[in-house]
Write a protein that binds this ligand. Sequence first.
Ligand code: SF4
Length: 306
Amino acid sequence: MTQVSEPAAGSDPATSQGVPGPDDPLPPVVLGSLSPSRAADFKSCPLLYRFRCVDRLPEAPSPAATRGTLVHAVLESLFDLPAAERTLERARDLLPAAWERVRAETPDVESLFPEGASGTEFAEWLASAADLLGNYFRLEDPSRLEPASREERVEVVVDGLRLRGIIDRLDVSPAGDIRVVDYKTGATPREAFEAKALFQMKFYALVLWRTRGVVPRQLRLMYLADTDTLSYAADEDELRRFERTLKAIWAAISRAMQTGDFRPSPSRLCDWCDHKPICPAHGGTPPPFPQSPVLTDPRDALPVTP
Ligand code: SF4
């Protein structure tokens, strides 16, 4: 297990520019990379993983997912305000600027609202985002919180496998206890979906444990659509087992890359899958598997293998 960290302040300039000094340990050899979303994709449907990470097929933006991005952007900005100003009214005031940022980063979201920002559809959608913010304030009072970080990129290399993700919020108590917070803007999941949500949280807990040497005290999912929370605590044994699960997922991805055998695994998720028309489980034909396939996580367009 190798921790990936920023160079310390005052370190050798050559080293900080990426040139190892004579006494520096060799950088970790990275053979593969997983984020919680992509690992969960492969686990739920290997063919979906292939469509996203090998074929990199485009997916249309959805109002629900875009609303989620918007609400996350507001909640991130909210903590830039002084504690006393973190009110629901101020949070709702942040919506227009957050929408501009979302539009700038993903221009295709404009296609969701053909009538533009003055249309009724957009107004109703924005009002539903404002409602989610109202629900957030029913769950906690942000004026009483000082998060240690927001939207933090975390990463660790474990036996050649890079695990990486972005954590919505980290709270650290004066005693050093860590709480991982993730905002969900969909409805509280039933059992299967809850397992998927916890998969993501265990992923973050593992990366934090491996980078900081501390198992987070609490993993907290905040379901804004129905004003509910789900809290979970993982221990070291569970995280070790989870690490083995991730390595097994990566081994299965590597085998599939060699054979091109990414099988469909139909489930309720198919109803939301953009690729259903070309899925053999639904009578479709996928594109031919590339001769020299490359894995790329579409979220950040970084190659998964070096
Ligand atoms: S339609 Fe279902 S089985 Fe097919 S790729 Fe999508 S999620 Fe997988």
